[in-house]
Design a protein around this ligand. Structure first.
Ligand code: FES
Length: 90
């Protein structure tokens, strides 16, 4: 599956010791792009659990829509990102 996400930030967010969850003792960084507390995970990734691997989604105003995937020239040439994150837990 692929997800189209709009982000408005233009620079990094440095993590601080105060970002550590007091109860869990860690920092969970959002990788799905849906968190309302971005860059931190807020559990919104649960909404992606039933995504079809062959579809591309947009989440907007609480709704999920399937959209046509835009194929870049690099992807069409076989040089595109495979959309995996390399950690093997997809
Ligand atoms: S990974 Fe995005 S909300 Fe958890």
């Amino acid at each position: 599956m692929t997800r189209l996400v709009e982000l408005e930030e233009t620079g990094p967010r440095k993590l601080e010791p105060s970002d550590i969850d007091d109860e869990k003792g860690d920092v969970a960084v959002c990788r799905c792009g849906l968190s309302d507390s971005f860059p931190f995970c807020d559990g919104s990734h649960r909404r992606t659990r039933d995504e079809d691997p062959d579809e591309t989604y947009v989440y907007e105003d609480g709704e999920r829509r399937v959209v046509e995937r835009v194929v870049t020239e690099a992807e069409a040439d076989g040089n595109g990102n495979d959309s995996g994150n390399g950690d093997g837990d997809e």
